[in-house]
Design a protein around this ligand. Structure first.
Ligand code: B12
Length: 254
């Protein structure tokens, strides 16, 4: 067919297609504009401060965001988590090296200081289920755990933090002492993740596994791995971890 005849022979269809395209195009422009409007610039600034490793700036921006009345959970997800996630991507792409990542991690921690009490506020006055959490022996990564803790607290859990590089004996002692509803184990390296298996086995050996839920998480873990070590659940990210934890305690705290 000659191109000149195209609009004649395919007239109505062609017009409909063009109109459809225009509608979709305008709809996308509107969505983009709306998104930019509803996404306060503060979140981008917080995220950038974390990526750049500017700890004082990151903490100040979070304080400003809170003073402006922005929701703490949105500051966490759209500012702080977005920043540290970007750092992780830059590291993966070999654009960031260890010193950059350390600076970024420090900025992340600084940003969490003013945010954590605000996240906890929503949970006050509730009868909390206990969640003991720790990073397994040999592993010093703690950013992922901090995020999970912040969201668990905001969902009303009483979180007992055993810290990083935790030997299995300490996990066992904490389960005896606090009698938590859930024990959370974090591991971030393929070399340390097998520690989780030992902790679960020791819990069983000491008769502490019944009535206790075990949840695992961290970069190299997966649902398959969680099943393999005998955990009850895998926390893919902080949000999913909290959703699963709430489900395990019957839906809510308080
Ligand atoms: C930041 C970082 C560091 C920082 C840690 C700072 C800190 N205070 O934590 C520093 C620079 C100190 C560091 C050191 C090292 N690191 Co490092 N590090 C990273 C990096 C870039 C990001 C990790 C991170 O914090 N991510 C952001 C958080 C928010 O995400 P996340 O951890 O996945 O957590 C989420 C989920 O997993 C889940 N979750 C996390 N924890 C838990 C716990 C529970 C209970 C649940 C339910 C869920 C859950 O929820 C979280 C939030 O959504 C990763 C690369 C990567 N792509 O992950 C490497 C990485 C983990 N590191 C790695 C290595 C090798 C090291 C070093 C050995 C490097 C070295 N040569 O010295 C040392 C190890 C020291 C030690 N013994 O632990 C490797 C591990 C490789 C492996 N073998 O598996 C990685 C994967 C990088 C790589 N691709 O090579 N690291």
């Amino acid at each position: 067919m000659h191109p000149r005849d195209r609009t004649i022979n395919e007239g109505p269809e062609y017009v409909v297609q063009t109109t459809d395209f225009l509608i979709v195009f305008l709809y996308n422009v509107k969505r983009k504009l709306l998104k930019e409007e509803t996404m306060p610039e503060k979140y981008t600034e917080i995220s950038k401060a974390i990526v750049d490793g500017e700890d004082v700036m990151a903490a100040n921006l979070v304080k400003e965001a809170l003073a402006e009345g922005l929701p703490p959970l949105d500051i966490l997800n759209q500012g702080v988590v977005a920043g540290i996630t970007k750092t992780g991507e830059l590291w993966k792409a070999n654009e960031y090296f260890l010193p950059d990542v350390i600076l970024s991690a420090d900025a992340f921690k600084a940003a969490m200081i003013p945010l954590e009490p605000k996240l906890k506020e929503g949970a006050q006055g509730k009868k909390a289920h206990k969640f003991v959490i720790g990073v397994v022996q040999g592993d010093m990564h703690n950013l992922g755990k901090s995020l999970v803790m912040a969201l668990l607290q905001s969902a009303g859990f009483e979180v007992i933090d055993l810290g990083i590089d935790v030997p299995k004996e300490k996990f066992i002692a904490a389960v005896r002492e606090y009698k938590p509803a859930i024990l959370g184990l974090g591991a971030y390296m393929s070399t340390t993740m097998l520690e989780m298996k030992d902790v679960v086995a020791e819990l069983k050996k000491q008769g502490l596994r019944d009535g206790l839920k075990v949840m695992v998480g961290g970069v190299p873990t997966s649902q398959e791995f969680a099943d393999e070590v005998g955990a009850d659940a895998w926390g893919k990210d902080a949000m999913v971890s909290v959703e699963k934890a709430l489900k395990m305690v019957g839906g809510k705290n308080g």
